[in-house]
Design a protein around this ligand. Sequence first.
Ligand code: HEC
Length: 136
Amino acid sequence: MFRSSRGSRETLVAGALAIAAWSLPSLAVAGEPNVERGKVIYRKCIHCHTIAPNGKHRIGPNLFGIFGRKAGSLASFDYSEAWKRADFIWTERTLDRYLIAPRKMIPYNRMPFDGISLRQDRADLIAYLKKVTRKK
Ligand code: HEC
């Protein structure tokens, strides 16, 4: 039944590969960042961060427009002292470094999150965030 058309077979194969990559992350080949996968990984952040324009702050600040913004710089969010002292701009690179180990890069920051150890997971998440937080 799945062989009725070429398209559905390809979809099936792509789906199986995606599931394989997802369930065996340590074996996933580092490839192009995958925005769709990044969206799934963003579920780790969704409890504390919104990403829509003018989104509310939750436990953490709204992340819309994050790339190119100075760290800890939203006047409407009450950052910890650790962030108020931070002096760098959010780029793919700095966010990648941060997400490896948030409390290593910014000691005493209040973000209760241990980090994302897999490079591909971080790359996918960053690709997703770049897409959805970009100012038009
Ligand atoms: C349990 C809540 C929580 C989770 C989960 C969480 N964060 Fe945060 N995040 C915070 C808090 C709180 C702060 C501000 C920390 C402070 O003031 O010390 C923060 C700060 C940040 C900042 C700095 C924002 C700025 O304006 O400079 C970024 C970027 C960020 N988080 C990204 C993420 C990403 C990406 C994820 C998911 C992988 C995530 N966070 C998961 C609570 C969370």
